[in-house]
Write a protein that binds this ligand. Structure first.
Ligand code: HPA
Length: 309
C-alpha cells in the first residue's frame, strides 16, 4: 500500500455499529443544526483552531454552544469512517447512501456538499461529494485525511473517453493522472510530480473489476483537466498517442493530496461521453452505469475482491 502513515493522524472513532449487511435506507434530508455551523469562515477557523492539527476540534462560539468541524465540513470526531467513497455530485452522494449503505446518516451538508456515514457489508463506510475540479476535491480530501482520520478515498465519477478502444459505459480505473494544473509543480520545488493511486487500492479494484461481466474495464492513465471547455484538439491527440484513456477533472488533485497527507486514493470512472464520437449517456443510463463503478470502488475500499452481482 502506498502512503499509509496513518499514525500522523489521531485515530478516528469508528462510527456506527456493524450490522452485517447492506440494505436500501431512506436517507434523511435533515440539515446539520445551524448552531453547529459557524456563520462565516473566520468564525469557523477560530472554531477549529490550528488548521495543521490532527483532528477536528470541538470548540464553543459565544451564544451558539458547541461547534465542531473544519472550514468546509460540519462533522464531529468519529463522524466519518476511515473508508470514503467520493462522487463529484452531492446528489450522487445521497444516492450512494440510499443504495449502498445501511443505516446511513447525514454527517455534513456545508454548501450543499453532502456527506453520509453508514455501513457496507458490515464495515463502516462514508460517502462525501467532492464538487468539481482540483481545488474542490483537494479541500475535501485534505480535511478528511488530516482531520477525520480517513485512510482511503475512492473517487467515483464520470469521464470523457478519449481513444475509440474505450466506449461510453466502460469503466476506467486511473493508474495515473496527467494534468495541466499547477498542482504538479507547486508542491515540491523544481519537480513536476507524478500523480498515482495507491497500489493496494488499484490492485483490489482490478481484482473486483475482473468479476464484472458486462462492461469493459480499462486500467491506464487519465488526463485531469483544469478546463472543461478546453478547445485544444492537438493536446488530446498527443495525450491519446501516449496512452491516455479518458479526461476528467479531479483524479490528479485527489492523488496529490493523498500523497501529501499519507492517505490512499484511487479514481474509478465511468465513461459518460466520448470525445471522438460525441456519444453521451442519458441521465438515466448514467446512474445505471455509475452503480457498476461504485461496486468496484466499494470492493476496493474494503480490500475485498468479492463484489455482489
Ligand atoms: N472533460 C472533463 N471532464 C469530464 C468530461 C470531459 O469531457 N466528461 C465527463 N467529465
Amino acid at each position: 500500500m502506498s502512503g499509509g502513515s496513518a499514525d500522523r493522524h489521531d485515530a478516528p472513532t469508528a462510527p456506527g455499529a456493524r450490522d452485517g449487511g447492506e440494505r436500501a435506507v431512506a436517507v434523511p434530508d435533515a440539515a446539520v443544526p445551524d448552531a453547529a455551523v459557524p456563520a462565516d469562515r473566520a468564525e469557523r477557523e477560530r472554531a477549529v483552531g490550528d488548521q495543521s492539527g490532527a483532528s477536528p476540534v470541538t470548540g464553543t462560539r459565544p451564544g451558539h454552544g458547541p461547534v465542531t468541524g473544519t472550514p468546509h465540513i460540519a462533522a464531529g470526531p468519529g463522524d466519518f469512517a476511515p473508508l470514503v467513497l467520493m462522487p463529484g455530485d452531492p446528489r450522487r452522494a445521497r444516492r450512494i447512501a440510499e443504495t449502498f449503505l445501511a443505516d446511513a446518516r447525514l454527517v455534513t451538508d456545508v454548501r450543499g456538499v453532502l456527506g453520509y456515514t453508514g455501513t457496507h457489508r458490515g464495515e463502516p463506510l462514508s460517502v462525501l461529494a467532492s464538487g468539481m475540479g482540483i481545488p474542490s476535491v483537494s479541500i475535501y480530501a485534505t480535511e478528511l485525511f488530516r482531520h477525520y482520520g480517513v485512510r482511503r478515498i475512492v473517487r467515483v465519477g464520470t469521464a470523457g473517453a478519449l481513444p475509440l478502444t474505450v466506449a461510453v459505459r466502460d469503466v476506467v480505473i486511473a493508474s495515473a493522472a496527467h494534468t495541466d494544473s499547477s498542482i504538479s509543480r507547486v508542491l515540491v520545488d523544481g519537480v513536476s510530480l507524478s500523480h498515482t493511486p495507491s497500489y493496494g487500492l488499484l490492485r483490489a479494484a482490478a481484482n473486483a473489476a475482473g468479476q464484472q461481466g458486462e462492461a469493459a474495464v480499462h486500467i491506464g492513465p487519465v488526463f485531469t483537466s483544469d478546463h472543461f471547455y478546453l478547445d485544444r484538439p492537438a493536446l488530446f491527440d498527443a495525450l491519446e498517442r501516449r496512452g491516455t484513456l479518458a479526461v476528467e477533472m479531479e483524479a490528479a488533485g485527489l492523488y496529490a493530496v493523498a500523497a501529501t497527507e499519507g492517505g490512499e486514493a484511487l479514481a474509478v470512472l465511468t465513461a459518460s461521453d466520448h470525445l471522438r464520437t460525441e456519444e453521451a449517456l442519458s441521465a438515466a443510463e448514467r446512474e445505471t452505469c455509475f452503480d457498476r463503478a461504485v461496486r468496484i470502488a466499494a470492493a476496493a475500499l474494503l480490500g475485498d475482491v468479492r463484489i455482489s452481482p
